[in-house]
Design a protein around this ligand. Structure first.
Ligand code: FUL
Length: 676
């Protein structure tokens, strides 16, 4: 049982023990359970369920429990890796959109009890919980309200089913730290054989108030996640990025899970939001949430993961990184390697807080118990603050020697509310203050990155806020430089350019899947589908970056289409499909085994294709469909979609959008073919 008492004591203590009056809270302020949660910071997601075996992102609901059959499932391996990676907890997909349950629920036959796994006697939630407890990790449950399997979905009876299941999950497995409600709802599904589209009113159908009350009753310490909270909100994208300005405050009564325009209008929080509903950034370590063997080489690189860290944890959000557990029932070796390298790099970046040795002064002192040194004592529960009314306040740090650094970390004491609206970091050069970096909101944690700076004296100037700053910590670090892999650029002609991330580096590559050891001097032509591997090498330190692998398709030099942006190998351009159809003349007959569709990559895209038909032709007039189906989850996660089919020969290809997510004319960033 996690104990909230220490936090309550801490608050009472800080109010009673001070000789000087503490500042008044700026509302809204966090609930105790949210304070416990915010300190967890970084935890993991396990996407493992029927989709792992059907090779899908969103199952339709017509899958058979027979398909669920991991060969070597070991939840202890997940927990061991998560623990080693510094995560504080794990959240598992107990039931995803396809309705299959990882525990032997008494309310459905669509569960592990009818699968071959452990001869139908297994309970994966129990194994997961046992493993987490053994490794000292908190346990979280993901539960999809949308259920494409259940015959009653869309009717009031389904809400009873959902609550019965939540009662099982939240009563039988001990303490749960987070209950994760997904806002996704695509409409169509199997629904017990009805095979139809069922739209629900997302605001009213789930009767959230009563569902939340049930969760509160069963797990009073758990935080509830959804687009709209009530405790933790979705960050509005699946890249793992919070915003430059991220408020923990939210106009909670104006939002609901799965609502349109949530990302654009609400996800960043609002300065005067009425409730404390901080952001959680969720992202998968691979493009997909579920395991697909074809993504084995697409595990996020170290620079990509670090970018996520700084844009989530470093922007007043928690970070939830997903492992798509594979068909064995294990976290894949590549994912394990990536997360451990990431954990190591975080440890290196934040190894030594240089502010700890500095002498600290504040522009004004409120008095005993709030002195400036408390902002640099490494203790979150103590804080520095200034007399009422002095919103613009400065904290100065003087090091004993000239000190080199490139990171600033600031934390507000959130039990008194989120206040800071803007701040700058400055260093003193020959008696003159120079700005190094600036930021807007702080919240629980804000981290700024900048080029190496050397100074004896620095200061953080809080330039605007909702009230006086109340600062728990200001930390300074010198993070070692990360050697990045080169960037890969391809042109329609098939030419490949490799771009060095920095000066003075060598670039090495290979195009046959072997170790990248050929020195790159100039752009080269890749005509056929190939496996390109690249790395950077620093002759001065003899260090290498990690190896980047990219599967290149055949060159598009001969390809013709009415709008070339869809075949220009440039992800940032896109086409709007005339009549929702995009046709390409490949210029020659090709043996094709599938195709790839990259959705439009703009910040606020439109026309993402959710249902497609793909056809081929010998003359560009008579078409034959070779594949049709769904692109799942393209709105929240617009990653490249690969569809395979039996090999065919074709000169012309055509992608037809049968349906788009927003009902607008279809768009696409890039169309490709698979020949391997
Ligand atoms: C989304 C779902 O549709 C994805 O499949 C995944 O579970 C992700 C975490 O949330 O909304």
């Amino acid at each position: 049982m996690r104990n909230l008492l220490p936090i309550a004591f801490l608050l009472i203590f800080s109010f009673c023990q001070q000789k000087v009056t503490p500042p008044k809270p700026v509302y809204p302020i966090p609930h105790e359970r949210q304070i416990v949660w915010q300190e967890m910071g970084y935890y993991g997601f396990i996407h493992f369920n029927m989709n792992t075996f059907s090779d899908r992102e969103w199952g339709f609901g017509d899958e058979s429990p027979e398909q669920f059959n991991p060969t070597d499932l070991d939840a202890r391996q997940w927990a061991r890796i998560a623990k080693k990676a510094g995560m504080k907890g794990l959240i598992i997909t107990a039931k995803h959109h396809d309705g299959f349950c990882l525990w032997p629920s008494a309310y459905t036959e669509h569960s592990v009890k009818n699968s071959p796994w452990r001869e139908g006697k297994g309970d994966l939630i129990q194994e997961f919980v046992d493993a987490c407890r053994e490794y000292g990790l908190e346990v979280g449950i993901y539960y999809s309200p949308w259920d494409r399997n259940h015959p009653d979905y869309g009717k009031p009876e389904y809400i009873t089913y959902m609550r019965n299941q939540l009662t099982e999950l939240l009563s039988n497995y001990g303490d749960i730290f987070e209950v994760w409600f997904d806002g996704a709802n695509g409409g169509d599904g199997w629904y017990g054989g009805a095979n139809e589209t069922r739209k629900v009113d997302k605001l009213t159908y789930y009767d959230w108030d009563n569902t939340h009350e049930l969760v509160r009753k069963l797990q009073p310490n758990a935080v509830l996640f959804s687009d709209a909270g009530p405790d933790i909100r979705w960050v509005g994208n699946e890249h793992g990025f919070a915003y430059e300005t991220t408020w923990s405050n939210l106009y909670r009564d104006s939002v609901y899970a799965g609502m349109p325009e949530y990302s654009e209008k609400w996800a960043a929080g609002q300065e005067n939001g009425t409730h404390w509903v901080p952001a959680e950034s969720d992202v998968s370590i691979r493009p997909g949430w579920y395991y697909h063997a074809y993504e084995d080489h697409k595990v996020k690189t170290l620079p990509e993961l670090m970018e996520i860290y700084y844009k989530s944890i470093g922007r007043n959000s928690s970070l939830l990184i997903n492992f798509p557990v594979d068909r064995r029932g294990l976290i894949h070796e590549n994912d394990e390697e990536a997360i451990l390298r990431f954990a190591e790099k975080i440890r290196e970046d934040f190894k030594r807080n240089l502010a700890l040795g500095a002498s600290v002064t504040g522009s004004a002192e409120r008095g005993d118990g709030f002195e400036a040194s408390l902002a640099a004592d490494g203790d979150y529960s103590t804080y520095w603050t200034v007399p009422d009314g002095q919103i613009q306040a400065t904290l100065e740090l003087e090091f004993s020697d000239a000190t080199t650094f490139n990171r600033l970390l600031i934390q507000e004491f959130t039990p008194l509310g989120q206040r800071v609206k803007s701040f700058v970091l400055e260093k003193e050069v020959n008696g003159v203050w120079e700005i190094i970096a600036d930021g807007t909101t702080v919240g629980y944690k804000r981290i700024l990155r900048f080029e190496d700076q050397t100074a004896e004296k620095i200061r953080v100037r809080f330039t605007d806020g909702k009230d006086i700053p109340v600062i728990s910590e200001v930390k300074i670090y010198h993070a070692p430089k990360l050697l990045e892999a080169p960037k890969i650029q391809r042109e329609k002609s098939g030419m490949v350019t490799l771009i060095s991330p920095d000066q003075g580096l060598e670039i090495l590559y290979s195009v046959d899947g072997s170790e990248p050891n050929t020195i790159y001097n100039q752009p080269f032509l890749v005509e056929n589908a190939s496996t390109l591997k690249v790395r950077s090498y620093d002759p001065a330190t003899e260090e290498s970056s990690e190896v980047l692998t990219e599967n290149l398709g055949p060159s598009k030099a001969l390809w013709q289409a009415e709008q070339l942006e869809g075949i220009d190998e440039n992800a940032s351009t896109f086409v709007t499909l005339d009549q929702n159809v995009f046709s390409v003349d490949l210029g020659e007959v090709k043996a094709i085994k599938g195709f790839s569709y990259l959705p439009m990559q703009a910040r606020y895209p439109s026309g993402h294709i959710t249902n497609f038909s793909f056809s081929i032709s010998a003359d560009g007039k008579n078409w034959k469909e070779v594949s049709s189906g769904e692109f799942s989850n393209v709105v929240n996660s617009p990653v490249e979609q690969l569809k395979r089919f039996n090999p065919v020969n074709a000169r012309y290809i055509q992608l037809k959008a049968l349906k788009t997510a927003d009902g607008k004319t279809a768009t696409l960033a890039e169309l490709g073919i698979l020949t391997r």
